[in-house]
Design a protein around this ligand. Structure first.
Ligand SMILES: Cc1cc2nc3c(=O)[nH]c(=O)nc-3n(C[C@H](O)[C@H](O)[C@H](O)COP(=O)(O)OP(=O)(O)OC[C@H]3O[C@@H](n4cnc5c(N)ncnc54)[C@H](O)[C@@H]3O)c2cc1C
Length: 411
């Protein structure tokens, strides 16, 4: 018998109040130096308090409770600084995929460590030759007895330099069509043969990385799912990603990130209007109303799609609808913020970081990112048309021929 939900809420509220620091502007910048170390410590506290992995299986360190308990904990944790970085991609994408496809031994080895805050995970999927055509992966893993030997390169891996493990997609068979010769591996990031280079982004942050693999030895026991059937695992991983990014994942603990540019629950736009004394300005009021209505629609959409998927009435691919709505919504919300902020978003006093104007300015620099990360808007539209609406598949000249014979650039 599970604890009655209102008792759980009361217990969570009291524990959070006693143990977690209040949410401060410093928590908004999850890419700040040292932030990951802080979050590892915060996740350890959640573990020690008995609230980690609410929906993860009890056998592997979780609580094995229903998503309603996770929702209650997330609600109650809103005023506090939480281990936001763990939510995406560690909990909601990679640990979720490990729950689905990992062996008993892999789950025992990694899930409790993840829930304790000891392991941050990232995705090694995109390659310099392109990210949308994921099945066109050129990184290779060649079998040698009980190990594979990995060579190639991945790119745009968020946070790899400060993380511990990756799920890495590699080609293990060149004699079959491209979707059938792939395998997913658990890869320790910091080990001989793996070089991680950070990439400076337009806002100055260094979150993106490129990795180079030079004869990296990976045990066969670190294959996730079946050898050569990595596409099945990758497809599920991407389904988890679309759901998580779109706002629907039972594995997310607390709000998805400290300062979430995709919604106005944090009232940034309202605060901006107040700061600028525009409460009575008709144009500003219209824009605030639009932002609020979009937020209401977004919540209703997340609720409807999530329930549909959970009940089996909607295809899991419907997460692409949420991802696309989020990406287009972020663009519009940023435009609204910039319209209201005007010159305030172009310059701000150095002594006063994280004013709403500054937040809008930073958002404008990376607003496009959400329409690429987790698959571009065009790819989401393809998924919606083909896998949700059942329309004919996009033509692909390379779908049925051995990958070895596919004409390609980049290797
Ligand atoms: C914020 C962010 C975080 C990311 N994090 C990670 C990460 O942690 N790990 C990781 O592996 N990758 C990550 N990525 C990379 C991301 O997955 C890729 O950027 C994305 O898949 C697109 O690949 P690409 O940039 O190579 O563009 P390309 O694949 O080269 O595409 C270029 C353009 O062509 C369009 N296009 C391509 N194919 C089609 C098609 N069939 N139909 C219609 N249009 C098409 C695309 O929509 C895009 O506009 C991240 C990206 C961002 C922005």
């Amino acid at each position: 018998m599970s604890e009655p939900i209102e008792e759980f809420r009361g217990r969570a509220r009291a524990w959070l109040n006693q143990n977690m620091p209040p949410l401060s502007p410093a928590a908004w910048d999850r890419r700040a130096e040292g932030r990951r170390a802080v979050e590892r410590d915060l996740q350890r506290r959640v573990w020690d308090g008995g609230f980690a992995g609410i929906c993860f299986p009890a056998e592997y360190g979780g609580l094995g409770l229903a998503p309603e308990y996770q929702d209650v904990f997330s609600d109650e944790s809103a005023p506090y600084d939480m281990p936001f970085t763990f939510n995406l991609p560690t909990f909601s994408i990679l640990a979720a995929t490990l729950v689905d496809f990992g062996t008993h031994e892999q789950k025992l080895r990694h899930l409790p460590a993840i829930l304790k805050g000891d392991e941050l995970w990232v995705q090694f999927l995109s390659e310099p030759s392109g990210g949308s055509d994921l099945a066109g992966c050129l990184t290779r893993a060649d079998r040698d007895g009980d190990v594979f030997v990995l060579n190639g390169s991945k790119i745009w891996s968020s946070g790899a330099a400060e993380s511990d493990y990756a799920m890495c997609l590699a080609r293990t068979n060149w004699d079959v069509p491209k979707h059938r010769g792939l395998t997913i591996f658990i890869l320790k990031i910091h080990q001989p043969g793996v070089k991680v280079e950070q990439i400076r982004q337009v806002d100055g942050s260094m979150e993106f990385c490129q990795e180079f693999f030079d004869d990296v030895v990976v045990p066969v026991t670190d294959v996730v799912g079946e050898i050569d059937d990595g596409w099945t695992v990758a497809t599920r991983l991407l389904t988890h990603e679309r759901s998580a990014v779109g706002g629907h994942s039972k594995y997310i603990s607390g709000r998805s990130i400290g300062h979430d540019p995709s919604n106005d629950d944090d009232n940034t736009i309202v605060q901006l209007v107040r700061d600028l004394g525009l409460e009575q300005d008709r144009h500003a009021r219209q824009l605030v109303a639009e932002a609020q209505v979009r937020q209401m629609v977004s919540r209703a959409l997340i609720d409807r799609v999530s329930r549909g998927i959970a009940a089996g009435a909607a295809s899991p691919a419907s997460g692409a609808i949420l991802k696309l709505f989020l990406a287009t919504g972020v663009m519009r919300r940023t435009e609204i913020g910039l319209d209201i902020a005007g010159e305030v978003a172009a310059a701000w006093p150095v002594q006063e970081p994280h004013t709403p104007g500054q937040i809008m300015s930073e958002m404008s620099l990376w607003r496009q990112g959400i329409s690429l990360g987790g698959g571009s808007n065009e790819i989401q539209r393809n998924i919606i048309s083909e896998r949700v609406l059942g329309m004919p598949r996009e033509y692909a000249a390379d779908r049925e021929i051995p990958y070895r014979d596919v004409k390609r650039t980049g290797g």
